[in-house]
Design a protein around this ligand. Structure first.
Ligand code: ADE
Length: 248
């Protein structure tokens, strides 16, 4: 397999959708290998306890270090050939973007540690850092109950970038956020019929003039990006050469 991914969670069933659709097919064809593990496998008390109250006080519970340490030792044996990347989904991590998805897609082995409650005892990440590259990642500025949904999001974005997973790789460069399009959002798309409920397909798309179509699409992408994501829009002087502002 080009990519191996292991996910550790107290709700392994939450990861079942990974066996469906495009990711499922990548697993079935052997391009991607997926292991989903129940953290409670590595508990030894009769209640299979994974959490405890936080030192220093405060609301909520913190995930105990021992089950995590044993889980990561089992999944990443000492002296492994390659050092995996340990992805820890957390709202306090660096932001997940298309560029981060591309970084993760280039790895051979990803291990995802899904926290619940108020998070995982910080010593788990400190200890793992001695044999893995630890990457705490947030999928956005909102709070989920646990890392599982974030792993579904990240793996969906990552696996489609693994070579061979998507039949026509051109669809990767044409979509929103592709670097080849300066990170602009994709504009509107249309298919048959040419007229539907009184709404017509823009005539330029029926013109057969490929230069005019490309220019129109770029224009639509720019307009949409300025309107809904001004933070992503290029500055008006981008690409203009020879503009030198003198300093006295
Ligand atoms: N766990 C809880 N909230 C999260 C978020 N926004 N991103 C990633 N993991 C999380």
């Amino acid at each position: 397999a080009l990519l191996r991914a292991d996910v550790v969670s107290i709700f392994p069933d939450y990861l079942a959708p990974l066996r469906l659709s495009l990711i499922g097919k990548a697993i079935d064809t052997g391009l991607v290998e997926l292991g989903v593990h129940d953290l409670r496998t590595w508990t030894h008390d009769r209640h299979r306890t994974v959490d405890d109250t936080p030192y220093g006080g405060g609301a909520g519970m913190v995930m105990k270090p021992e089950p995590w340490g044993a889980a990561l030792d089992a999944i990443v044996p000492a002296g492994s050939a390659t050092t995996p990347r340990l992805v820890v989904p957390t709202p306090s991590g660096r932001r997940f973007t298309q560029a981060v998805a591309a970084e993760l897609a280039a790895e051979q082995h990803l291990v995802f540690a899904c926290g619940r409650y108020e998070g995982i005892d910080s010593r788990v990440m400190a200890d793992a850092a001695t044999r893995m590259r630890v990457d705490e990642i947030s999928i956005g500025d909102y709070v989920l109950n646990g890392g599982e949904a974030a792993v579904l999001v990240m793996l969906e974005a990552v696996v489609r970038l693994v070579p061979g997973v998507i039949g026509n790789p051109e669809s990767l460069t044409e979509e929103s956020h592709a670097a080849e399009h300066d990170g602009l959002l994709e504009g509107p798309v249309y298919t048959k019929p040419t007229s539907w409920r009184g709404l017509d397909v823009p005539p330029v798309l029926l013109s057969g003039n490929h230069g005019a179509i490309a220019a129109w699409r770029r224009d639509q992408a720019l307009e949409r990006t300025r309107r809904v994501r001004p933070d992503l829009a290029p500055s008006p002087l981008d690409g203009v050469e020879g503009v030198v502002v003198g300093v006295a």
